[in-house]
Design a binder for this molecule. Structure first.
Ligand code: AMP
Length: 285
């Protein structure tokens, strides 16, 4: 397994693999890997001849009061985990290598898809994500790129960018990997103390409650949202950022639950802000 930090060297390596006729799969990450990330790597390993994992805590997707400095990092451990998964190349650039001082270009998906949900409380977040993912795509030029449904809005925004900009890359969505008690795996879970960790299960529990209501015939989005909020508000240390039910492509709020919808939520549990979601297909009447 190779570990490279220079974009040009990485580009050359990937160009050579492509010229040999190899299919390239890219898994973009911010490191501090867990089973959620590794499931993406295994997906990529199954579909491609050459697997590239990027590890980069991207400064442009963090707001001024967010956790960029304290975001957990452990490159050595990540390398061991990825070596065991048979990864071919880790691309782990520094911030200076990714954003030289004369860097002046951003890629931005406009409109409600980036303004709602996480975009409302993290104004420049998705601009940072689409900029860095575009750069990673240009460096690696993968055939396929793997993204987790855990970050459902990120996935929708990247699919839109790829479609709008005619990028010749297949975006492969991967299911959410959870702890045995239902908490979605996240590098940020390590910020939770034992009490907060117990409370954090309320995200998944409230989504399961919503699923039960919908399976029982409830179609009014407002009522389902109210039930979710009520459950979360009772959990210790929990403070809701948002609870919304939206259509899966444009991420516009729906009133009536039908077709493919996403129930998405973000909740502060003590300090960290955690996200989770449930994608449901409800037969139309
Ligand atoms: P991150 O390192 O948090 O930027 O995540 C890198 C990729 O891993 C993103 O595509 C995430 O959606 C995905 N990911 C993170 N956590 C999970 C999880 N619990 N299950 C599936 N994918 C995940």
């Amino acid at each position: 397994m190779k570990v490279l930090t220079a974009p040009l060297e990485t580009q050359n390596y990937c160009r050579n693999r492509r010229a040999e006729g190899k299919q390239i799969g890219l898994v973009p990450t911010m490191g501090f890997l867990h089973e959620g990330h590794l499931s993406l790597v295994r997906g990529a390993r199954g579909d491609n001849d050459c697997v590239v994992v990027s590890i980069f805590v991207n400064p442009t997707q963090f707001g001024p009061n967010e956790d960029f400095q304290s975001y957990p990092r452990d490159l050595e451990r990540d390398c061991c985990l990825l070596e065991a998964e048979g990864v071919d190349l880790i691309f782990a650039p520094t911030a200076e290598e990714m954003y030289p001082t004369n860097s002046a270009t951003f890629v931005e998906v406009a409109g409600s898809i980036t303004k709602g949900l996480c975009g409302a409380s993290r104004p420049n977040h998705f601009r940072g994500v689409t900029t860095v993912v575009s750069k990673l795509f240009n460096v690696v030029h993968p055939h396929r790129a793997y993204f987790g449904q855990k970050d459902a809005q990120q996935l929708a925004v990247i699919k839109r960018m790829v479609s709008d900009l005619n990028m010749d890359i297949k975006i492969v969505p991967m299911p959410i990997i959870r702890e045995p008690d239902g908490l979605a795996m996240s590098s940020r879970n390590r910020y939770l103390n034992p009490e907060a960790r117990r409370s954090a299960t309320v995200l998944h529990r409230s989504l399961q409650l919503a699923k039960g209501l919908i399976e029982g015939g409830e179609r009014n989005a407002e009522k389902v949202i109210a039930a979710i909020r009520e459950m979360i508000e009772q959990a210790k240390l929990a403070r809701i950022d948002y609870v919304e039910i939206v259509d899966v492509e444009g991420l516009e709020p729906v009133e009536e639950i039908e077709g493919e919808i996403l129930i998405a939520l973000a909740v502060f549990i003590s300090e960290p802000r955690l996200i989770d979601n449930l994608h449901i297909r409800v037969p139309s009447k």
